[in-house]
Write a protein that binds this ligand. Sequence first.
Ligand code: ADE
Length: 357
Amino acid sequence: MAIKRSSKETQTSRKKPTTQSSAGNSEERLLSAKVTTQEPESNEDSIRPQKLTDYIGQKELKKILNIAIAAAKGRQESLDHLLLYGPPGLGKTTMSLILASEMGVNCKITAAPALERPRDITGLLIGLKPGDILFIDEIHRLNRMAEELLYPAMEDCRLDITIGKGQSAKIRSIPLPPFTLVGATTKVGSLTSPLRDRFGLIQRLRFYEIDELTLIVKRTAAILGVAITETGAEEVARRSRGTPRIANRLLKRVRDYSQVKQFDTIDQALAAEALDIFNVDARGLDWTDRLVLNTTIEQFNGGPVGLEAIAAATGEDAKTIEEVYEPYLLQIGYLNRTHRGRVVTQAAYEHLGKTKL
Ligand code: ADE
């Protein structure tokens, strides 16, 4: 049973989120791991862990980074360049900010699509102070010119600027302070090898376990001043697709629901009720995930069937199915990719309450 609020309290209303222009063409949805809307900055910042000890999950990565931090501090050097890869929403930016805080330096944050012209990247590099971290998101999308400016910067702390054009062009080298480049990507295979080879550390972020996400939900709830039971937090965690960004977003929607319904504690029943209304089912699938699975079952007998055929039958874009919906369905074993096409698994049939004919 959900616990009803005893008295009618009023809460200060939240500022309306402002829309941030998002790269790519994936539509906004509650379960998207991409940053599609920006909560008020202070809110987001207060949720982010500030130190490595506050960061939940990614045990292996933390172990490696702890060693790198201690060694760099011991030598009074900057950290080696670091490439973080893995699905969106798993904490690459957060990790970069934590590294800066642990090293006592600044972190400048940018994304490759914002580095279109030479002066975009040269401006950033020239403004760096010794030891600073430069975080470049979606680094696989850097253009060639920006990438070539980064090579000597990463290797020799040198910025090579071309002055003039054609035969009279000259290269001027500007010394840079030692700095750390943290690159983040969801597509490590799309990086050129010269760029990849210039990172001293290449680390993958993994999907989070339910118990880790439960801890994250409880931590965020405490920061937001929201009362939630252990099983309430677990219910949110189970529906979060292994992704902290989604867990925190779902928690906020459950908080809205509990506020409007005047409950003062979120328990499992209330969390489930709220997330059902938002069409996020017990395993974190939304309407389109279920459409993809149901269509494959009903029209193609569960597969094997090609991606294009699923796209045509569902009316969804093939790239969106592949990049937005499939990764999680593959991760939880509801879908298999074979050389003959996609196949819906027995586990998915059971989840959807269907029997294989
Ligand atoms: N909030 C988002 N990701 C987190 C993490 N990994 N640990 C703690 N809080 C978080």
